[in-house]
Design a binder for this molecule. Structure first.
Ligand SMILES: *[C@@H]1O[C@H](CO)[C@@H](O)[C@H](O)[C@H]1NC(C)=O
Length: 432
């Protein structure tokens, strides 16, 4: 009896230990994975650093349905900024104009006429000029030496050829006007982004990623030392090699991060902080590399911030980017987050409404004796009136969002409120 009792006891203890281990493991997995690098970086072992990958989907595609994962990252309190050793750029007197050049990369078949149509007034005033490169057309006034490396080649070619005659700001963008990777508050519209871009912020910081949203790209995207292939980031393992060739004197950083998609603005001074020869050698790398254009493009997507800020991580606070960068000032990061929470609610309702319609449609077809759906009883019957309620709710939310957005824009017209919101010193007579 005693022996059996002992066996039971040992078994019970082992079971508890086993279950506890599993539970701990599971609980550990549930911890938020996306942690500000500032907190995480030094203490973490190499192993942990490797795994400190934001738990998110690839992102390089349009988000059609709401994904909690994606939107959650929008709400995160920004912790990681930039570590740039460059001094703050010097502004012109308040109210001065800044000249801007829009550098655009496109193929012959791609249409960029929105630039003339939407930014006509800026072009006519001479405030804005445009350098449009057609990568696959040698008869175009501007084209790269070779159609290789997509926009990276174009951006570098522009800098090399205009190094001595740069505008105050150079804005590097893709040809399309609307894209998921443009800023949501500006209706994902590149024209609005160019129009509202603050030349003062770009001049102060030297470099500004035009995308304010961290996802995808921040707070820690590429881990150049990674040995395991990540199929969402095939370029990760290639970056270390590329890095050694592109920056032979600089140690490989543990992490490279900035918001995605290679659209940014740079001040004249910042471009000239590097000698022209550096840009020439980077372009040579693009022309020489055996990587596909897709891969070399992805490599550059996560090193532009390093080229122009000398910091491997460039993840400014989203609300500061919107407020100081474009004049959408919600008053606080919390109020900014609130707007995106409302937007998330709308998306949830929209998804529910789509499902409601799908179910109503199934029922309808079943009632009409339409073939396969003869078992009406097993179908989910949508709640009557739920669709109207959802639509009304969405309309209300959208009206609120519009109002909040207008208020934010009004707030952003006042330079002192912009400074206040992003925690920058401001005194009477300072401009934006
Ligand atoms: C800025 O440019 C606009 C448009 O050309 C012009 O009307 C305005 O006077 C300029 N402002 C200054 C301070 O030069």
């Amino acid at each position: 009896m005693l022996r059996r009792y002992q066996t039971y006891l040992i078994f019970a203890v082992l079971s508890v230990v086993f279950l506890f281990t599993i539970f701990q493991n599971v609980a550990w997995r549930r911890l938020p994975q996306v942690v500000g690098l500032g907190e995480h970086y030094d203490g973490a072992s190499e192993e942990e650093k490797m795994h400190d990958v934001p738990d998110v989907k690839p992102g390089h595609k349009h988000e059609d349905l709401p994904s909690l994962q994606e939107d959650k990252s929008t709400f995160k309190e920004p912790k990681v900024e930039s570590d740039s050793p460059y001094p703050i750029g010097e502004l012109k007197p308040a109210g001065s104009n800044y000249t801007k050049c829009l550098v655009v990369s496109r193929q012959r078949s791609e249409d960029s006429t929105w630039i003339q149509d939407e930014l006509r007034d800026m072009l006519d005033d001479g405030i804005l000029t445009k350098a449009e490169y057609v990568v696959d057309d040698h008869s175009a006034p501007l084209h790269p030496i070779k159609n290789k490396g997509h926009e990276s080649n174009v951006y570098l070619t522009y800098i090399i050829d205009h190094y001595d005659q740069l505008s105050d700001l150079t804005i590097f963008i893709h040809f399309h006007r609307f894209s998921w990777h443009n800023n949501i508050l500006m209706d994902e519209d590149a024209a609005q982004m160019v129009r509202h871009l603050s030349p003062e912020r770009v001049t102060r910081d030297g470099y500004m990623n035009l995308r304010c949203h961290w996802e995808p790209g921040c707070p820690s995207w590429l881990h150049p030392g990674a040995t395991q292939r990540n199929y969402d980031k095939m370029e990760e393992t290639l970056v270390a090699d590329a890095w050694a060739e592109l920056f032979p004197l600089d140690p490989i950083p543990a992490v490279l991060a900035q918001p995605c998609c290679a659209q940014f603005a740079v001040s004249r001074d910042r471009i000239r902080a590097l000698p022209k020869q550096r840009y020439v050698s980077m372009r040579d790398w693009i022309l020489r590399t055996e990587l596909s254009d897709y891969m070399s493009g992805r490599v550059f997507e996560y090193i532009w911030q390093y080229i122009f800020t000398a910091s491997p991580i460039h993840c400014p606070s989203m609300s500061a980017c919107y407020c100081d960068g474009y004049g959408y000032c919600f008053g606080s990061p919390q109020a900014f987050d609130k707007w995106f929470e409302l937007r998330y609610e709308v998306k949830e309702y929209a998804a529910e409404l789509a499902l409601w319609r799908e179910q109503a449609d199934l029922i309808e077809r079943a009632r009409n004796g339409d073939g396969t759906f003869d078992e009406e009883a097993v179908l989910d019957v949508p709640q009557i009136g739920r669709d109207a309620w959802l639509r009304a709710e969405m309309e209300d939310l959208e009206a609120t969002m519009l109002e909040l957005k207008h208020e934010a824009f009004e707030r952003g017209r006042k330079p002192e409120l912009r400074a206040l919101e992003v925690g920058r010193m401001w005194k009477d007579g300072d401009g934006f």
